[in-house]
Design a protein around this ligand. Structure first.
Ligand SMILES: Nc1nc2c(ncn2[C@@H]2O[C@H](COP(=O)(O)OP(=O)(O)OP(=O)(O)O)[C@@H](O)[C@H]2O)c(=O)[nH]1
Ligand SMILES: [Mg+2]
Length: 203
C-alpha cells in the first residue's frame, strides 16, 4: 500500500527501510516519463529538462502532445517509499530517438536496475518498441503501462498484448501519469512482477 501521509514527503529515507530498488521509467518521446516520476516522487525530482527548439520539430513527433515545450536531455530521478521497508529509486530515460538508441546512455541507466516500467501510448504503440527492445536486450524484467491521454483509443487487452508482442507474464496496466495513486499502482505491478521474475530466475 502506498502511504500518502505527510511524513512520506521527508527528504530522508526512513530508518525502517531494508530494501532499495532502482527502477527505470522508459518509453518514447513525450509519453509521460518525467510526469510520472514527478507525480510519485516524495522528494523534489531531479529533472534535466531543456526547452525544445524549432530544429527538433523536424525529428520529434509532437502529435497529441502539441503543448509540450521541454524535453528530458539526460535523465529524471525520483524516490518513492512503497512500504516502510522498501524504497524505489526511479530513473527516467530521455525519450528522443537520438538518445534512446545510444548504447552508453543505456548501459549507465541499466547498471544496477531491477526492472523497467515501459510507458506506451495507444495512439502510437509502435513508438515503444525501441525501449522494449533495449530493456529486453539488457535482460531487465519489465511491465508496460499505457499512459492514457484524452484521445487515446482503447482496445481489448488481448489485442494490445498481441500488438506489443508481450509474453503472457508481462504485466500490462493502464495509468494516468498525472495521478499519484494511478502511477503508483503501475509501479506496484512492476515491483510484484520483478519480484516473481527474480524468484524464478535467480539461483
Ligand atoms: N492528458 C495527459 N497528458 C499527459 C499525461 N502525462 C503527461 N502528459 C502531458 O504530456 C506531455 C509529455 O509529458 P512528459 O512527462 O514531458 O513526457 P516524457 O516522456 O518525459 O518526454 P521526453 O522526456 O521528452 O521523452 C506533457 O505536456 C504532459 O503534461 C497524461 O497522463 N495525460
Ligand atoms: Mg522526460
Amino acid at each position: 500500500m502506498v502511504s500518502t501521509t505527510s511524513s512520506d514527503s521527508g527528504i530522508y529515507v526512513r530508518d525502517t527501510v531494508e530494501t532499495t530498488a532502482k527502477l527505470l521509467v522508459v518509453g518514447p518521446f513525450g509519453v509521460g516519463k518525467t510526469t510520472l516520476i514527478g507525480t510519485v516522487s516524495e522528494i523534489e525530482p531531479l529533472r534535466t529538462e531543456e526547452v525544445m527548439t524549432q530544429a527538433g520539430a523536424l525529428v520529434d513527433d509532437l502529435r497529441g502532445i502539441e503543448d509540450k515545450k521541454t524535453t528530458t536531455v539526460a535523465m529524471d530521478f525520483g524516490r518513492l517509499t512503497l512500504a516502510p521497508d522498501l524504497v524505489l529509486y526511479l530513473f527516467g530515460a530521455p525519450g528522443q530517438q537520438r538518445f534512446t538508441q545510444v548504447a552508453p546512455v543505456w548501459r549507465q541507466l541499466v547498471h544496477g536496475a531491477y526492472g523497467a516500467l515501459v510507458l506506451a501510448d495507444t495512439r502510437r504503440l509502435d513508438s515503444s518498441f525501441a525501449s522494449m527492445e533495449m530493456v529486453e536486450r539488457h535482460g531487465l524484467p519489465y511491465a508496460v503501462a499505457l499512459n492514457v491521454f484524452p484521445d487515446s483509443p482503447s482496445f481489448p487487452d488481448d489485442e494490445l498484448r498481441e500488438a506489443l508482442d508481450l509474453k503472457p507474464e508481462t504485466p500490462l496496466i493502464s495509468c494516468d501519469a498525472r495521478d499519484r495513486a494511478s502511477a503508483a499502482r503501475a509501479l506496484i505491478a512492476l515491483v510484484k512482477h520483478v519480484h516473481t521474475y527474480y524468484q524464478e530466475h535467480l539461483p
